[in-house]
Write a protein that binds this ligand. Structure first.
Ligand code: NAG
Ligand code: NAG
Ligand code: NAG
Ligand code: NAG
Ligand code: NAG
Ligand code: NAG
Length: 229
C-alpha cells in the first residue's frame, strides 16, 4: 500500500517536473523568438525586410513596444528636461510609434493637459475665497497667463493639422512663436510672485504646477524645432 502510494506520488512529481520543464522550454523559445528582448530589437525584422538589407542597419523601427520606448528614450535624452520628458511620454510610446510628427503631437497634447490641470487648480484656489487682496491679484494675473498659454498650445496643435499646405513653413514658424510665447506666459506667472507678500505655501504650489507646464512645453518646442522642417 505504502509503496504504491509512494510510487504514485513520485510519478506525479515526475509528471509535474516534465510539465515544468516543457513550460520553461516553451517560455525560453518564445522569448528567443520574440522581438521584445533588447538583443532582438537591434536585429532587422527579417520577415519584413528583403535579404539585401541584412547588412545595412535600418532606421525604420520594428513593430515592438520596446523599440517604441527606446525611440522615446533617445528622443527625450537631448531635451532640456529629459527625465520629465521620458516619464510623461513613455506611457504613450506605442501611440507615438517612433514617428517624429506623432512625437510632436503627443508632447504638445501632454503639455496642454498639464496646462488645463494648472488652470483648474488655480481656478479652485481663486474660488476658495480666503486669499489676501494682494494674493488674489497675483493669482488672478497668473490665471490669465495660464489661460493665454493654453490658447497658444491649442493654436499649435491646430496648426499641426495644417502642415500639408503650401504655407507649411509659415505654420511651423507660427507654432514655434506660440510655444515660446506659451513658455513666457508660464514664466510670467511664476515671476509675478517675486517681491509680493503672498503666502509661501500658496506661491510654491502655484509655481510648481506652472513650471511643470513650462517644462513640458519646452520639451514639445524642442521636438518641433528638431523634427519639423
Ligand atoms: C534560447 O536562447 C538561450 C540563450 O540565448 C539558449 O540557451 C536556448 O537554447 C535558446 N532556446 C531555443 C529554443 O532556441
Ligand atoms: C520560433 O521560431 C522558429 C523558427 O522561426 C519556429 O519554428 C518556432 O515554432 C518558434 N517558436 C515559438 C515558440 O514561437
Ligand atoms: C503591430 O502589430 C500588431 C499585431 O500584429 C498590430 O495590431 C499593430 O497594428 C501593429 N502596429 C504597427 C505600428 O505596425
Ligand atoms: C543620452 O545622452 C548621453 C550623453 O549626453 C549618452 O551618453 C547616452 O548614451 C544617451 N542615452 C540614450 C538612451 O540615448
Ligand atoms: C484656503 O482654503 C483652502 C481650502 O478651502 C485651504 O486648503 C488653504 O490652506 C487655505 N489657504 C490659506 C492661506 O489659508
Ligand atoms: C497631429 O495632430 C493634428 C491635430 O491637432 C492632426 O490633424 C494630425 O494629423 C496629427 N499628425 C499626426 C502625424 O498624427
Amino acid at each position: 500500500m505504502e509503496g504504491n502510494t509512494l510510487k504514485l506520488a513520485s510519478n506525479q512529481v515526475l509528471r509535474i517536473g516534465v510539465f515544468i520543464l516543457l513550460a520553461i522550454s516553451s517560455i525560453t523559445s518564445a522569448c528567443n523568438n520574440s522581438t521584445n528582448s533588447n538583443a532582438q530589437t537591434k536585429i532587422n525584422d527579417y520577415s519584413s525586410n528583403p535579404p539585401s538589407n541584412y547588412d545595412t542597419p535600418t532606421t525604420t523601427p520594428s513593430n515592438s513596444t520596446q523599440t517604441f520606448k527606446n525611440y522615446v528614450k533617445t528622443s527625450c535624452n537631448s531635451t532640456t528636461y529629459p527625465s520629465i520628458c521620458y516619464k510623461t511620454l513613455s506611457p504613450y510610446a506605442s501611440k507615438i510609434e517612433g514617428d517624429p510628427m506623432k512625437l510632436c503631437n503627443v508632447s504638445l497634447s501632454l503639455a496642454l493637459k498639464a496646462a488645463n490641470k494648472a488652470s483648474s487648480t488655480i481656478s479652485k484656489i481663486l474660488k476658495s475665497n480666503n486669499l489676501t487682496k494682494i494674493a488674489k491679484e497675483v493669482v488672478q494675473d497668473c490665471f490669465g497667463d495660464v489661460k493665454d498659454s493654453i490658447g497658444e498650445l491649442r493654436d499649435s496643435l491646430d496648426a499641426m493639422g495644417n502642415l500639408d499646405g503650401v504655407d507649411r513653413s509659415f505654420q511651423i514658424s507660427n507654432i514655434k512663436t506660440w510655444l515660446s510665447g506659451s513658455i513666457t506666459n508660464d514664466q510670467t506667472c511664476s515671476d509675478e510672485f517675486d517681491e509680493m507678500n503672498v503666502d509661501a505655501t500658496l506661491r510654491d504650489k502655484i509655481r510648481k504646477i506652472v513650471l511643470d507646464v513650462a517644462r513640458k512645453t519646452s520639451n514639445a518646442l524642442y521636438f518641433v524645432n528638431h523634427n519639423l522642417y
